[in-house]
Write a protein that binds this ligand. Structure first.
Ligand SMILES: [Zn+2]
Length: 95
């Protein structure tokens, strides 16, 4: 029997964990990371459904905000609900 590296979990090699990924999502979406960090986060997102879901939400919010800014006719209620959503997400993941 040859030696075997047990205890190797799927997330082990990704480099980033959930809290790092979630805290750095904005940097990732804004393209403000180094190539190495971007790769780390991308690897984690590919392997972690909850983080990928969060990534999709942030990406959608960013797209809405960008579109609203471009047309300058976003209803105040929409802006408020977007900001509240972002705040809620941050509170959930800031522990
Ligand atoms: Zn995760």
């Amino acid at each position: 029997m040859s030696t075997d590296a047990h205890g190797h979990t799927a997330a082990d090699h990704s480099g980033a964990d959930c809290s790092e990924t979630l805290h750095r999502l904005y940097e990732y979406l804004d393209g403000e990371m180094t190539a190495t960090d971007t790769h780390k986060i991308a690897l984690h997102l590919a392997a972690c459904a909850p983080c990928m879901e969060q990534h999709d939400i942030e990406q959608a919010v960013k797209a809405i905000v960008r579109r609203s800014c471009a047309t300058e006719c976003a209803p105040p209620a929409l802006r408020t609900s977007i900001v509240q959503r972002i705040t809620t997400i941050r509170v959930e993941y800031t522990d």
